[in-house]
Write a protein that binds this ligand. Structure first.
Ligand SMILES: [Zn+2]
Length: 63
């Protein structure tokens, strides 16, 4: 079976405590997405991309 978060092979046996995920990290990511945590992280990434561009625009206006 494949982990629904990262797509890597996840152990489908009861030995895998994190089924259907491959690891504790992916299970936490899924729980975070349900709580809106994933959307907040995505928003931060967008800010990081937009910020330098905004500074460049401000510099152009100043010059
Ligand atoms: Zn995973």
């Amino acid at each position: 079976m494949r982990c629904p978060i990262c797509g890597k092979q996840a152990d489908p046996t009861p030995a895998n405590r994190f089924r259907p995920f491959c690891s504790a990290r992916c299970r936490t990511t899924d729980l975070g997405a349900w709580a809106g945590e994933g959307y907040r992280v995505a928003g931060r990434e967008v800010e990081d991309f937009e910020h330098p561009d905004d500074l460049a625009k401000r510099k152009k206006i100043i010059h």
